[in-house]
Design a protein around this ligand. Structure first.
Ligand code: SF4
Length: 383
């Protein structure tokens, strides 16, 4: 991978994101396998993202050595370059070629590799004091949908702070999708996650973009029991959510010195004492439902569950092309696609056009065109 090209392109993208989306946000470093970048370029790219107010997450297959991670985290002088790193490890049985397990027979066979991934970051913290936030990504098809519960059950307490499940969209070479099982619905995937967690996962309290694209439950484990922080059927929880959104959510926490965050929070609470009351009541309810003894004995481990459902190319392409012409379509499938694209929360920056483009459009419309160009620029040699 071309480190210089990556650094320059990401810099342009971050400038555009800052202009269009404001000073602070999360952003993923994605595209190919990021750990194929030289470690120094990977680190420099993360620094660029931070300098532009983005909290970066490196998206990887997780098949890299500790030495590589150390080289990203530490400067050439051996001193800590980052206090904290965020990585997402993509593990599922449809990914072939992982060292030591080229063709996993099932999801459980990958558990030692998931454990090793987390252990590398634990070692980084032990040896160099670099903290980490780790996500677990898994693509879901008919082949592994029935194994989601097992993954959640086995890995929930492994050290990941977030589990993201992505039902596979029908994008790319159509031959891959002939006869594909359409039974992998969002409801089925979510039910499997709930089966693994062992409790209902309310996802309507906080919504990112469109519900047909994203479901999210924020919560925490105490021992092996999972507790969502908000129940979307309880009015009292929704009141706390509203108080938080109205008065606290605008406070930027990432990259802001903690004393300044604390002053801002105190100022909000002084001006809106009802917010403090709402949080105090929520805390009392939560401690009662978890049990104070349980809390003291096990502590709290925060874990978020996410499902992100990309759309199939067959709907994205016509819906997007019509949007570019300023047309609103009436076919129900197209109405849904246009609504979801308009509410997209997962955009990619295109500095060459000055536009942000939904990732669905990137995968379904722009990548196929870019691949034709790449094939001309990088002719493959068949050996
Ligand atoms: S990329 Fe955007 S439009 Fe597509 S599924 Fe994700 S959030 Fe929805």
């Amino acid at each position: 991978m071309d480190g210089r090209h990556t650094r320059e392109s990401v810099l342009d993208q971050m400038r555009l994101l800052r202009t269009l989306r404001g000073p602070r946000a999360h952003a993923q470093l994605i595209g190919g396998e990021v750990t194929l970048l030289p470690a120094q370029d990977h680190a420099a790219t993360l620094q660029t993202m931070r300098e532009h107010g983005r909290e970066p997450m490196s998206m990887s297959h997780g098949d890299f050595d500790y030495d590589y991670l150390e080289a990203v985290a530490l400067g050439p002088d051996g001193r800590r370059r980052f206090d904290r790193l965020s990585f997402a490890g993509h593990f599922d049985m449809m990914m072939f070629g992982r060292r030591g397990i080229a063709r996993p027979r099932d999801e459980a066979a990958l558990n030692p590799y998931r454990t090793e991934f987390v252990a590398r970051f634990a070692r980084l913290r032990r040896e160099h004091g670099v903290r980490s936030f780790l996500a677990h990504n898994m693509t879901v098809t008919a082949a592994n949908v029935g194994q989601i519960a097992g993954v959640v059950h086995d890995c929930g307490l492994m050290g990941f702070g977030l589990f993201s499940f992505q039902p596979a969209a029908q994008v790319g070479d159509e031959r891959r999708w002939r006869g594909a099982d359409t039974a992998v619905t969002s409801d089925r995937v979510w039910a499997e996650i709930e089966r693994g967690v062992g409790t209902r996962l309310p996802y309507r309290a906080l919504q990112h973009g469109d519900e047909r694209c994203n479901r999210t439950t924020y919560g925490f484990y105490v021992g092996s029991d999972y507790y969502p922080i908000l129940d979307d059927t309880k009015a009292a929880d929704l009141e706390v959510r509203d108080a938080f959104q109205r008065h606290v959510a605008g406070i930027v926490v990432g990259a802001t010195p903690q004393p300044i965050v604390a002053i801002k929070v105190v100022r909000v609470l002084a001006r809106h004492p009802r917010v403090l009351l709402a949080f105090a009541q929520w805390t009392a309810r939560t401690v009662t439902s978890v049990g104070p003894f349980n809390l003291l004995r096990h502590g709290v481990r925060s874990v978020t569950f996410v499902m992100h459902s990309f759309m199939d190319a067959s709907v994205v392409k016509p819906a997007w092309e019509a949007m570019q012409r300023g047309e609103t379509l009436t076919d129900p499938a197209m109405v849904e696609a246009q609504e979801r694209l308009a509410a997209c929360s997962y955009a990619m920056a295109h500095p060459e056009t000055g536009a942000l483009v939904p990732a669905c459009v990137q995968h379904s419309v722009l990548d196929p065109l870019a691949n034709i160009e790449l094939r001309k620029q990088l002719p493959l040699t068949v050996l």
